[in-house]
Design a protein. Structure first.
Length: 246
């Protein structure tokens, strides 16, 4: 997926804002923290206040470029999460709203476990089973009417499935749970459009401008009674939070 870092900062900055709640689980004065899937660096900057050294990594060049511009005093690098090769290097691996973009959670946890120091912690939150189900279903209906097919790119696991993977890969689980987090989208009436343009970018890129308008309008009409509160769109987010120790 190609990320629009400017659109992300302008219209999807709620991702980092909600992620700030995860910071309370990060011990103060940790030595080294890896921010896995750092995006534009907002939370990396917050993590820097809690440790001696933080590195932000992301698979998107666009995100890393924006992070470097915004926080030139910090270190960032373009790295695929499934290709990290650290061994016993990090006290904390922190990740917000990233794991649902990664298909192979088993391999991911193997890499993270290897990268952590003994007694190091994984602190993460991402989409749980059922996340954005209303939005995905209505998008699927809209493009089917155009004669197209939709295959979800997201990996939203059930708590029990992810718990099993953590245990299988040697983690001691301190907390694991899912919770509903209805999320207001910015920009009023255009909030759902902006969200879809970013998160369904690969599907919409295959359409003409006219087809995009038809699909986005159909989405809006079908979903309005469920997710429009009279002032803004409220996305049906459901999150999975994990605190686990090596």
């Amino acid at each position: 997926m190609k990320w629009d870092s400017k659109l992300y900062n302008d219209s999807q900055n709620f991702v980092a804002e909600y992620g700030k709640g995860l910071l309370e689980f990060v011990p103060v004065k940790a030595d080294k923290i890896l921010d896995l899937g750092c995006g534009t660096g907002t939370l990396t900057n917050q993590l820097a206040k809690r440790c001696n050294y933080v590195l932000g990594i992301d698979s998107s060049d666009s995100m890393i470029e924006e992070a470097k511009k915004s926080y030139p005093h910090l270190e960032f690098a373009t790295v695929d999460a499934l290709k990290i090769s650290y061994e016993c290097e990090w006290d904390i691996i922190f990740s917000n709203a990233v794991f649902h973009w990664i298909n192979d959670h088993n391999l991911l946890l193997q890499k993270i476990f290897r990268a952590l120091k003994p007694n190091g912690k994984l602190i993460c939150e991402f989409g749980a089973y059922g996340n954005i189900s209303v939005i995905e279903n209505v998008f699927n209906h809209a493009i089917q009417k155009m004669g197209m097919t939709y295959t979800s790119k997201f990996n939203f696991p059930m708590v029990s499935d992810f718990e099993s993977l953590l245990t299988k890969n040697g983690f001691k689980i301190e907390q694991i749970y899912s919770y509903d987090r209805p999320t207001p989208l910015k920009d009023g009436e255009r909030g759902l459009f902006n969200w879809a343009i970013q998160f369904f970018q690969s599907e919409l890129a295959q359409m003409s401008a006219e087809q995009k308008d038809i699909v986005l309008s159909a989405m809006s009409n079908e979903i309005k009674s469920k997710l429009w509160n009279g002032t803004c769109w409220v996305a049906d987010y459901k999150r999975l939070r994990v605190i686990a120790t090596k």
